[in-house]
Design a protein around this ligand. Structure first.
Ligand SMILES: Cc1cc2nc3c(=O)[nH]c(=O)nc-3n(C[C@H](O)[C@H](O)[C@H](O)COP(=O)(O)OP(=O)(O)OC[C@H]3O[C@@H](n4cnc5c(N)ncnc54)[C@H](O)[C@@H]3O)c2cc1C
Length: 501
């Protein structure tokens, strides 16, 4: 029996996969599209994470889709609002009907004979393997494992008589009211959890090995509110989006170009919000430069308020061992705890764990070089979405989806069946895909593709550069096109005449 065939197969129905499908519906409504999603619901990150206070840490004017205005004046949104926004957008563009839930894609095999992908997905309900073919594959699988977060080995953990929870698997019935809570970690999740839990807990201690930069930002956007009275939602959204893109970019660029000045700025801002005598040098002055790791943004001083009113505190120390009643620290102190939350990060995973092969040869992702940060050298008719690490994910996700639409239109117009980025000089130096020095990134880099030194092999963490490259740049540079089902990998093929431009 023939396998079902679609023009475009999207893997993952999170923010990116839903967005990619919407772009296709808007730009290429005649293409057949299917979205395979491993879980039983859409939303990805915003459906999975259910811990108290879960929210965005970048503003929704830039985390929202370019084509679906965020209609509120508050930029930082709770997880539940983001999930509703994704669901509403999916329903508006009929994308909800394209999603097949409970389908985990395990394998994608390119056949040069047929100029198509053979995709295998495991069905959660029946355990059967489903086979599909597609002309173009778009992986919107996010960047981390869904089944487990990252937790380091903690000695004595089994002795602890309280509850230990990872924020990725928050028990619905966990009530921290009146309890002594220790949150291990100092990243975005920890600084979100601390003020949320401090509202009802007896006390919350953030236990960190080393500090992060934490900056408070206003949540309510008065400019958005004022513009909304005079302009259409679309115009308002576009203006506020640009304002926020430029502000975020400015903070990032200044951090990289004048790290000393920005370090002083972040530390001074933190000091201003904390009571006299708070040891800012110990708890809020990292040893790394600003943006070597992600900057933690908190809305309306909520994290600092919890420190000021005494409902929360920070301890900077190392864990010696868990005990029956809490955590013994290297300094000799002991933290009594009823609940310990291990906000120790994510386990990164490239392409949702799919194996990818071309004519039977498996692609070694750790050696592949990215093309414009969204395709892979030598891999035909496939894109992946990986958003910015220093700005809202969706800014890049939108650009990638638009690029895929442009590429497909270009291929249709020229009657091409295959588009393969041509591998750069194999001896050329490459660099890691992600340029953050955080432990969770460094641990996993070997499994992610590499980037080259120059365009189009460079991954830009810069929306303005990507606008030029992905939105306005050509779609045929360093790509080999072929008209029909023939071997194309590594060689330009256009009826025998190379067409690489
Ligand atoms: C707690 C938290 C807060 C965050 N806050 C922000 C923020 O404020 N701003 C920001 O820009 N970014 C933030 N991020 C990053 C965030 O992940 C992105 O913003 C965005 O949600 C990513 O969307 P995505 O669709 O690419 O990936 P995901 O949300 O991870 O969705 C991927 C989807 O693909 C599915 N999938 C994966 N593998 C397979 C497979 N093999 N087969 C089938 N389906 C598969 C998954 O089940 C999932 O539904 C945050 C991340 C976390 C964890």
């Amino acid at each position: 029996m023939e396998n079902e065939h679609v023009d475009v197969l999207i893997v993952g129905a999170g923010l990116s996969g839903v967005g990619a499908a919407c772009h296709l519906q808007r730009s290429l409504p005649n293409k057949t599209v299917a979205v395979l999603e491993a879980r039983q619901d859409m939303g990805g990150t915003w459906d999975l994470f259910r811990y108290p206070g879960v929210r965005s840490d970048s503003d929704m004017f830039t985390l929202g889709y370019s084509f679906a205005p965020w209609g509120e004046d508050k930029g930082i949104a709770p997880g539940a609002s983001i999930l509703s926004y994704i669901r509403e957008t999916a329903s508006r563009y009929g994308v909800d009907r394209l999603i097949r839930f409970g389908h985990r894609v395990e394998r994608a095999q390119w056949s040069s004979e047929e100029s198509r992908w053979h995709v295998e997905a495991l069905r959660a309900d029946t355990g059967e393997t489903v086979h599909l073919t597609c002309g173009f594959l778009h992986a919107c699988t996010g960047y981390y494992r869904y089944d487990e977060g990252y937790t380091p080995e903690f000695g004595g953990r089994e002795r602890f008589t309280g509850t230990i929870v990872h924020p990725q698997h928050w028990p619905e019935d966990l009530d921290c009211t009146g309890k002594r809570v220790v949150v291990i970690g100092s990243g975005a999740t920890a600084v979100t959890l601390v003020p949320a839990l401090a509202e009802h807990a007896e006390h919350v201690t953030m236990l960190q090995r080393s500090p992060s930069y934490i900056l408070s930002i206003p949540n309510y956007d008065p400019i958005a509110a004022r513009l909304r009275k005079r302009l259409s939602p679309k115009m308002t959204y576009s203006i506020v989006r640009w304002k926020n893109v430029l502000a975020t970019l400015a903070i990032y660029q200044l951090s990289r170009k004048a790290p000393g000045m920005m370090r002083r700025f972040f530390v001074r801002e933190a000091t201003r919000q904390l009571p006299q005598g708070f040891d800012v040098g110990k708890h809020l002055s990292p040893s790394y430069e600003p943006w070597d790791q992600r900057l933690c943004l908190v809305p309306e001083h909520d994290f600092f308020n919890a420190m000021r009113d005494g409902s929360a505190s920070i301890v900077t120390d190392r864990i010696d061992t868990f005990t029956e009643t809490g955590i013994a620290l290297a300094s000799g102190e002991h933290l009594d705890a009823d609940v310990v939350i291990t906000a120790t990060g994510l386990s990164l995973l490239a392409l949702g764990g799919m194996t990818v092969s071309i004519d039977g040869a498996e692609v070694d992702l750790g050696k592949a070089v990215t093309y414009k940060g969204m395709m892979l050298s030598g891999v035909p008719n496939a894109a992946f979405t990986f958003g910015y690490t220093n700005a809202s994910w969706t800014l890049r996700a939108d650009l990638v989806s638009e690029y895929v639409c442009r590429l497909l239109k270009y291929m249709d117009a020229h009657d091409y069946a295959v588009a393969t980025p041509v591998a750069p000089d194999p001896s050329a130096a490459t660099e890691p895909f992600i340029d953050l020095k955080s432990g969770y990134v460094q641990r996993s880099l070997a499994f992610f593709p590499r980037q080259g030194a120059t365009d189009p092999w460079r991954v830009h963490q810069n929306y303005l550069k990507d606008l030029r490259l992905l939105k306005h740049g050509p779609v045929d540079d360093a790509i080999s096109f072929a008209r029909s089902a023939r071997r194309t990998t590594g060689a330009a093929d256009h009826g025998g005449v190379p067409v690489t431009v």
